[in-house]
Design a protein around this ligand. Structure first.
Ligand code: ATP
Ligand code: MG
Length: 398
């Protein structure tokens, strides 16, 4: 018989004892602590588990204060993890990040009355609330080669939020998984005309575009299983990196925004998206290894910019799946803000169960539960994207 007690006594505890003490990246187990404020302080009395350092050059370079107490306590015990910066933070490109005002990032859903009020603001049935429309079409590629960081969720929900507030929006599903097509409830079974036909057979984008039911200003170019072969088939096609760019340039429908949902890789499909876009939106999950691979992505973006698409800029970074109960989430946020500066949206997407439930009902969280924290946060993020774009006259606009 397996003795869990013995395992706990001799296995787990031993393993814990053998872990090196961690110098500033410790987190408590969920439920160990009071809900933390944004500054990441406020943990309870239970000693935190030590966790390995994030093996990322970006993280390692982060200006996180690490005290050596020399008395056997971890930094977590002494609550010495720094608060978010209140001074301007230098970034790699020499820009300065302004102090960030507090933004809503509660994980729980709000009380009913507020929820109803917010739902009306988000669904905007009267059409009274508008987000500024850009002077020119903005093509935004949502990319991060790390899987499951919220690319599709971000593309779908921001597109829906913009469409519900007066913008004409197209989502191009460039991932053979077809998750964006599912999230928007657009048929994408085998045989449906899809983005593959535009990429490989030069079918006009308008011929493979479907309108999204229930959201008048929103359309989607779906991805079917055919797209799985495109990565290989594209290798032998003329102008293989710019097939999507040509399809989008040839699209005469007047969209304010085109969002391209990329697969979790840096292959030819993602390169096509980077060549077709003027802007890159990078969702970064507030988790372990969040920044790992971001450098590979940014150097790929630099290569595409140098050789194929001089207009390309990383304009937006969005923190996703923020869990306010963990100090790690705060630390990742500080790192990302220190690295990307003002490109990081002030809106942060919390980990919220409504967001993860929505796709199983073939919906965005905006329509599935418009009063939820997840919907509110994506609404705020979309608003920021629209307002920043409007302010940045001519920047990232074709
Ligand atoms: N804020 C959130 N709160 C809770 N769950 C979330 C949140 N954002 C995304 N998820 C869930 O996390 C999973 C991964 O999200 P998503 O599919 O958007 O990531 P992705 O980067 O597009 O993944 P892939 O790399 O496979 O394309 C999904 O199950 C999604 O429902
Ligand atoms: Mg995806």
């Amino acid at each position: 018989m397996y003795d869990t007690g013995r395992f706990d006594e001799y296995g787990l505890n031993q393993a814990r004892a053998q872990q090196p003490e961690y110098d500033g990246w410790s987190v408590g187990t969920p439920g160990d602590h009071e809900p933390s404020s944004h500054s990441g302080n406020g943990f309870g009395a239970v000693p935190p588990l030590a966790v390995p350092a994030i093996p990322s050059p970006l993280v390692d370079a982060a200006p996180v204060a690490r005290s050596s107490l020399g008395d056997g306590r971890t930094n977590a015990d002494s609550r010495t993890v720094p608060s978010p910066p209140t001074q301007a933070v230098p970034t790699l490109d020499g820009a300065s990040a302004s102090p960030q005002p507090a933004v809503s990032r509660e994980t729980e859903d709000p009380p009913l009355a507020q929820e109803a009020e917010r739902a009306v603001r988000i669904l905007n049935p009267s059409g009274e609330i508008t987000m500024p429309r850009p002077a020119h079409r903005r093509v935004i590629c949502v990319a991060n080669q790390k899987g499951g960081v919220g690319k599709t969720t971000t593309a779908v929900n921001i597109a829906v939020a913009l469409a519900l507030h007066g913008n004409r929006v197209l989502v191009v599903d460039l991932d053979p998984q077809g998750n964006a097509s599912t999230g928007l409830n657009v048929p994408h079974h085998a045989g449906v005309p899809d983005v593959y036909d535009s990429l490989i057979d030069s079918t006009p984008l308008a011929d493979v575009t479907q309108s999204v039911e229930g959201i008048p200003n929103l359309a989607c170019v779906p991805a079917t299983i055919d797209l799985a072969g495109a990565e290989i088939e594209l290798v032998s096609v003329v102008a293989r990196e710019s097939r999507l760019a040509r399809a989008i340039q040839g699209c005469r429908t007047e969209y304010d925004y085109i969002f391209i949902d990329c697969p979790p890789s840096l292959g030819l499909l993602t390169v096509n998206a980077l060549v077709a876009a003027q802007e890159v939106l990078i969702p970064i999950q507030c988790e372990y290894y969040a920044l790992e691979g971001v450098q590979a992505l940014t150097s790929n973006i630099a290569l595409v910019k140098a050789h194929l698409n001089p207009e390309l800029e990383i304009t937006t970074v969005l923190l996703t799946m923020y869990d306010r109960r963990t100090r790690l989430a705060d630390l990742v946020e500080q790192d990302v803000r220190a690295h990307f500066g003002e490109k990081v949206l002030q809106a942060v997407i919390p980990r919220n169960v409504r967001v993860s439930e929505a796709p199983s009902y073939s919906q965005s969280v905006m329509t599935y539960d418009p009063g939820s924290r997840g919907a509110i946060s994506y609404f705020e993020a979309a608003q920021e994207i629209a307002e920043r774009g409007a302010r940045a006259e001519g920047v990232g606009v074709k």
